[in-house]
Design a protein around this ligand. Structure first.
Ligand code: NAD
Length: 267
């Protein structure tokens, strides 16, 4: 775990999309621990989410509320920012982290899956950024961090929509960085390689059942061979990257992709 760094985010409000599990949840915990109030967002079992909200609030002493707007709908993405602003008074930090995957050969790739992946992974980022922009501009301070993937920088077979969406997120990041440069708003993208979350676990499970292997065997032979470290990145390591980019230490870092990849992009 990478939870012993500290940054002062007191009085900041952070909206982290897709934070009911995986990387987003680790980020919510880390930003709360460093003083931010948290708009937790995403789907899941209502009782589990209630426990998460209580747990983060208890551990951090911060205000934590949950939202479940469906980001496959652009108008709901915009509404999410509006509702969080009403509930907390503002949004200072926007982490566009919600993401979905669909794996299929291009000739069999369902049109509906293409639209869903692009909507959640890319279009929702446009909508939330646009909605949060006026208040960040008025305050002269904003942090926008988009979770892309190493697949914003390289491609992988059978992931047409995901790769296109994540490359799009990096393009959007560069554009927003330029527009925010003189407004005190930074925008960056983090690019994790394999992180063992529900999204990655589904892919390991599918490969394990296709090859008749155990989960562990499939993970080692089909996924971790991509990683020079031969281990999954821990969600807290990605959260630490987000925390740094939220801080004033990173105020001159904008428009960039930060790989958190165990060296997988350099082989
Ligand atoms: P996850 O499945 O644990 O979390 C995804 C989150 O997005 C959940 O909170 C889920 O409820 C939410 N979500 C999904 N569809 C939604 C929708 N239509 N509307 C609103 N919320 C929705 O996955 P994760 O691995 O933590 O992924 C987080 C981000 O990291 C994604 O953008 C993903 O592409 C990216 N990423 C993951 C990995 C990895 O190996 N896990 C690697 C690189 C990038």
């Amino acid at each position: 775990m990478t939870d012993d760094i500290s940054v002062n985010l007191t009085d900041k409000v952070a909206l982290i999309t897709g934070s009911t599990s995986g990387i987003g949840l680790a980020t919510a915990r880390m930003l709360a621990k460093n003083g931010a109030d948290i708009a937790l967002h995403g789907f899941g079992d209502p009782n589990d989410i209630k426990s998460l909200v209580a747990d983060i609030a208890r551990a951090s002493g911060r205000k934590v509320l949950h939202f479940s707007h469906d980001l496959s709908d652009l108008s709901m993405a915009r509404q999410l920012v509006e509702d969080v602003t009403v509930a907390f008074g503002k949004v200072d930090i926007l982490v566009n982290n919600a993401g979905v995957q669909h794996v299929a050969d291009i000739e069999e790739f369902p049109d509906a899956a293409w639209h869903r992946v692009i909507a959640v992974n890319l279009t929702a980022c446009f909508a939330t950024i646009k909605a949060a922009w006026p208040q960040m501009k008025d305050r002269g301070w904003g942090r926008i961090i988009n979770t892309a993937s190493t697949l914003a920088l390289v491609a992988e077979p059978r992931k047409a929509a995901y790769v296109a969406s994540k490359h799009g997120v990096l393009g959007l990041t560069r554009e927003i960085a330029l527009e925010g440069a003189r407004l005190g708003i930074t925008c960056n993208t983090i690019c994790p390689a394999w992180v063992l979350t529900p999204l990655a676990a589904q892919q390991v499970e599918a490969k394990a059942s296709q090859l008749g292997k155990s989960f562990q065997e499939a993970a080692e032979t089909e996924f971790l061979t991509d990683m020079p470290t031969r281990r999954f990145v821990d969600p807290s390591e990605v959260a630490a990257g987000v925390l740094f980019l939220c801080s004033d230490l990173a105020k001159s870092i904008t428009g960039h992709a930060l790989p958190i990849d165990g060296g997988s992009l350099v082989v």
